[in-house]
Design a protein around this ligand. Structure first.
Ligand code: NIG
Ligand code: FE
Length: 387
């Protein structure tokens, strides 16, 4: 088996859970990759021989970003809606229906090509693991094909038939579809089940019904909750012990306490607040209360049409009162935890060799140099981007 070593790494972020510091930083380090996994981590001067060498030139290497929340299967865009919003029209999730119409009208080839383009865009910005949701089909056929397409790009696929009630449908009948025939058609392609639990979408009882139906066929639950206003979703996620609940913008003290007690991860999506001009979630309040936090892009054509995890890290630091260290961790190890995974989001022996070489001496530059393309190279399971 051939091995390769990346040496002369000025700052290596490992996220090693056994390290005394959050990021498990090694200085003047090397990493050996073999069989797609990290085989050795340590001081550059002690690195074992390998078949190929790469000199990082004193720059930083971090684990690839784990984007645990993205809606990539869609057609069309909503640039006019964005422009209107920037001129003062508030965000309303009703725009989802515009994307549903475009998605239903697209061919499988079009949708697949669009997902491929977005995934490639993500890779260039250092994302090496991505979760992909359905939710713009909202018919049995269109949800199932959305997930079949998503499955070509990731194992972390999420059934979001409960995104909104489609135009012209009766809510009770649609819920029966989502928990019945649609679930049956989608479950073979999905790992997760998700519900948009929000006023104007699905209420607590409906969310419980969808999560229970998903669990009965082996899908693990996650939720969109407390995005547009206070609501029951975050407490429901904590009560059910879900691995993650996403958005968490409007939280009461009870919500925060419930998250801290349950260990459910709060996935914060600052691209949404950036793109909708809503108040950012208060990450500091969550972290200070002992809540585990992840950061993800929520890439979608309505509320957050960015695929950039570095942008989200910068926003988390600047707007959500996270330190660069906390934000880097939340966008890598935090995202991995939000997907229930320990094989990614860290660079320790045995983990998948998903590495990002930054054109910068430290992770701090992700937030310090916002908008600058700092990803000089990325490897997924030891294979370099573009190979
Ligand atoms: O996560 N909140 C619900 N779903 C998406 C937005 C979808 C859209 O506007 O198209 C979100 O923000
Ligand atoms: Fe979302």
């Amino acid at each position: 088996m051939s091995s390769s070593v990346i040496t002369n790494i000025g700052e290596l972020v490992t996220n090693d859970p056994a390290a005394p510091d959050l990021l498990g930083i090694h200085r003047d380090a090397a990493v050996v990759v073999e069989g797609g996994q990290v085989a050795w981590v340590g001081p550059a001067l002690e690195a074992p021989a390998a078949d190929t060498y790469l000199d990082a030139g004193g720059r930083a290497v971090i684990p690839g970003f784990v984007d645990s929340h993205a809606h990539l299967v869609f057609a069309g865009d909503r640039a006019p809606e964005f422009a209107a919003r920037m001129a003062g029209t508030p965000y309303a999730a009703g725009g989802i229906r515009t994307t549903v119409a475009a998605t239903r009208a697209a061919t499988d080839e079009e949708l697949t090509g669009r997902v491929a383009k977005l995934v490639a865009e993500m890779r260039r910005q250092g994302t090496t693991t991505v979760e992909i949701k359905s939710g713009y089909g909202l018919t049995v056929r269109d949800e199932a094909r959305s997930l079949a397409i998503a499955r070509q790009f990731t194992d972390d696929t999420t059934y979001l038939g409960a995104h909104v009630v489609p135009e012209g449908s009766d809510p009770a009948e649609y819920l029966a579809l989502v928990t019945g025939p649609m679930l049956e058609a989608c479950a073979p392609y999905a790992r997760w089940v998700d519900v948009f639990c929000e006023r104007g979408a699905f209420d607590e009882d409906q969310a419980r019904a969808v999560l229970a139906a998903g669990a009965a066929v082996g899908l693990k639950g996650r939720l969109h909750a407390n995005q547009l206003g206070p609501g029951p979703g975050v407490r429901l996620a904590a009560e059910l012990g879900l691995v993650a609940v996403d958005h968490c913008t409007y939280l009461t003290d009870d919500d925060v306490a419930a998250l801290a007690d349950s260990g459910t991860i709060a996935t914060l999506l600052p691209g949404v607040e950036f793109s909708t001009r809503q108040p950012y979630p208060d990450a500091r309040r969550l972290l200070d209360a002992g809540v585990r936090v992840a950061i993800a892009s929520d890439c979608n054509p309505g509320s957050s049409y960015t695929s950039s995890m570095p942008l989200c890290v910068a926003l988390a630091v600047r707007e959500m009162r996270m330190t660069p260290e906390e934000a880097t961790y939340a966008a890598t190890a935090g995202g991995a935890a939000a997907l229930g995974r320990d094989d990614v989001g860290r660079l320790t022996v045995g983990s998948r060799a998903d590495l990002v070489l930054l054109d910068a001496p430290s992770h701090v530059h992700l937030a310090y140099r916002p908008g600058v393309p700092l990803v000089a190279g990325a490897w997924v399971a030891g294979t370099p981007l573009g190979a």
